[in-house]
Design a protein around this ligand. Structure first.
Ligand SMILES: *[C@@H]1O[C@H](CO)[C@@H](O)[C@H](O)[C@H]1NC(C)=O
Ligand SMILES: *[C@@H]1O[C@H](CO)[C@@H](O)[C@H](O)[C@H]1NC(C)=O
Length: 402
């Protein structure tokens, strides 16, 4: 049997011309960029000075690029926490073979997605990707080669492009606008307030829009990051220091001539995916460790947090929870005691048997689901009990490390 399986393994390795990568540094209890109150020295676990990561999207109509019913990717920019930014940070890593690097890491699905959604206005995608990587990617502190254990040449490149695409897939701007009646038209005009409100309602935070010749052509979504770009949690944030080039009224949203795609199969709606952690954080404890708050998210916005009995509250101080690795996940305790699910109800207290939770996509997960339920969104002095079985309101929880 041993001989058979090693032959299988050898055949498998020979069949894949793929570079085996090292791994990003493990970050325990990382801080959130732009939200720190004291200096953080380990810039492999904390993005600085480019702490606000901005996923920028284009709507190009002249010439038209990409599908007619989808925005396309511009890039992922590490802006400083005040809107200024560094660019072209490392000439020695300004690679001119992005496609070859992605292929060498076996990223064929990523490349094919990029060929549809990360497209250059002049048709030269490789040059566009090189430009985005050299100008912005090389300025991301957590993507430096020295931040990897067992670094293999250029492995930060697939990490940068994969993360950008993963974020973009959660930011379906076309649908967010269409849901508010804002659709491409050669005659209609929209106001800046209308466009921003539609996107904010989907994203949960303010966004920045840009226009060219009076037509909407770019959207900027801002995140702060808890941990590294590779494995950290992207926490939605309001933009800092960005200005809009759109006028307040008479904004056009011109039609594109491309072929439509079925967006529902490739993208999720923003409201079901408020943040994005790396796919490697599915299962296990992810970023849930040490002390932290359990922040509640409904429809894309943060709405209060959990207090010590395990109930959901919007007008008090969040309780400090402790997450402790256990089995294939972690347990949670508050000052009241262990937290567990009993009779489909989440409680924390002295007589409670601890439940082992996992993390999925940066959210608290139980029994394979990151959705918990309550009878209503809490308001005023009312607390809501959390259930794992269906009730009127769905809510998910993110860890905010302290
Ligand atoms: C946050 O950390 C960065 C990197 O160490 C530092 O430059 C910045 O001053 C810190 N911010 C605050 C408010 O201390
Ligand atoms: C990409 O370019 C770099 C720098 O010239 C080189 O070291 C590397 O081998 C190239 N990678 C591939 C996969 O061609």
């Amino acid at each position: 049997m041993a001989g058979f399986s090693s032959q299988v393994v050898a055949a498998f390795l020979l069949a894949l011309p793929v570079v085996l990568a090292g791994s990003p540094k493990t970050c325990s209890n990382p801080q959130t960029s732009c939200k720190n109150t004291t200096a953080v020295s380990d810039l492999c676990c904390f993005n600085a000075p480019g702490g606000q990561l901005v996923q920028t999207q284009f709507w190009d109509t002249s010439p038209s690029t990409g599908p007619s019913n989808s925005w396309t990717i511009h890039g992922l920019w590490p802006d400083h926490c005040d809107g200024t930014y560094d660019s072209n940070c490392d000439a020695s890593r300004a690679y001119t073979n992005i496609t070859a690097i992605l292929q060498s890491y076996g990223k064929t699905d990523l490349l094919s997605y990029m060929n549809t959604y990360w497209v250059d206005i002049n048709g030269d995608d490789e040059s566009f990707w090189e430009h985005e990587w050299a100008k912005h990617g090389t300025c991301i502190s957590t993507l430096k080669p020295s931040c990897y254990t067992g670094y293999t040449a250029q492995e930060e490149v697939p990490d940068f492009f994969q993360k950008t695409v993963d974020l973009f897939k959660t930011l379906d701007s076309y649908t967010a606008l269409a849901n508010a009646g804002i659709v491409p038209s050669s005659s209609a005009t929209y106001t800046s307030t209308q466009i921003k409100a539609a996107l904010k309602s989907a994203y949960g935070f303010d966004i920045t829009i840009q226009c060219a010749s009076g037509a909407l052509d770019e959207i900027l979504y801002s995140y702060d990051v808890q941990g590294s770009v590779q494995t950290g949690l992207f926490v939605k944030a309001a933009p800092v220091g960005q200005s809009s080039s759109c006028s307040s009224t008479g904004i056009k949203y011109l039609p594109k001539s491309g072929t439509p795609v079925s967006t529902s199969t490739v993208k999720t709606t923003m409201t079901t995916s408020t943040t994005s952690a790396s796919s490697s954080s599915t299962g296990g404890s992810g970023i849930f460790s040490g002390s932290g708050y359990l922040n509640a998210f409904t429809s894309g916005s943060q709405t209060g947090c959990l207090i010590s009995a395990g109930t959901w509250y919007t007008s008090g101080t969040c309780a400090t929870y402790t997450a402790t690795a256990s089995g294939s996940g972690f347990t949670l305790t508050s000052s009241k005691g262990s937290c567990g699910i009993s009779s489909s109800t989440f409680t924390c207290g002295s007589g409670v048997t601890a439940t082992v939770f996992t993390a999925s996509g940066g959210y608290l997960s139980y029994g394979g689901s990151t959705t918990f339920y309550a009878a209503a969104v809490p308001s005023g002095s009312t607390q809501q009990t959390l259930y794992t079985t269906s009730h009127s309101v769905s809510v998910s929880f993110q860890w905010q490390a302290l």
